[in-house]
Design a protein around this ligand. Sequence first.
Ligand code: AMP
Length: 249
Amino acid sequence: MKALVAVKRVVDFNVKVRVKADGTGMDIANVKMSMNPFDEIAVEEAVRLKEKGVVTEVIAVSCGTTASQETLRTAMAIGADRAILVETAEELQPLAVAKLLKAVADKEQPQLVILGKQAIDDDANQTGQMLAALANWPQATFASKVELADGKATVTREVDGGLETIAINLPAVVTTDLRLNEPRYVTLPNIMKAKKKEITTMTPADLGVDVAPRLKTLKVSEPPKRSAGIKVGSVAELVDKLKNVSKVI
Ligand code: AMP
């Protein structure tokens, strides 16, 4: 059984990004880029399923510029067997990525596609759901446990206030939540091994997908600055301020 894992190159989660002065987007020139953290969890899960003998091949897919090769090498250092780069310099929105992943899935015929629940740059939380809809496959989002057996996936999902366990037929789409696993550290020998693994490159046109953006960003702005707090002298003063100044009670 093949597992396809979608990995996106995003600004590293430690970087504090700034809004461009003209409000058209984020300034990401010269900042550190890494694999989207939820996608690391996705690769780790696929590799664990392979180590358990449930999955036979793990294929990492990334859509973006040539630089995404680096992200794919990381996926292969974690343990993916090979990689596919859908190369384009165009801005890719979730619907375009879902269409590209659907086209790759049509070629590769995986039984499972694992994605992160959300990319930490656009925070869209859409690609997995759109892929499931386009492929007409069942989906289990926000997974914190995945078990595969007898053509089915039993997936525990993190929902508001608890956990939900569902069984879905394969092929299926699963998106990862934070508690699914803790990704392993990539070791130097595995980084070296990953250099020898294969990356196949194709373009959206090769896959017959039009990736033109459908949404237009009107404005990006910083969250409002927090104003300084004050010290109150008594509970009565606190209640008074909450009632009459901030008007929250
Ligand atoms: P989003 O819907 O943008 O929040 O992204 C959800 C997930 O879709 C990510 O965690 C990735 O697994 C996958 N994904 C989004 N964009 C890309 C991309 N350009 N290349 C590969 N996978 C992607």
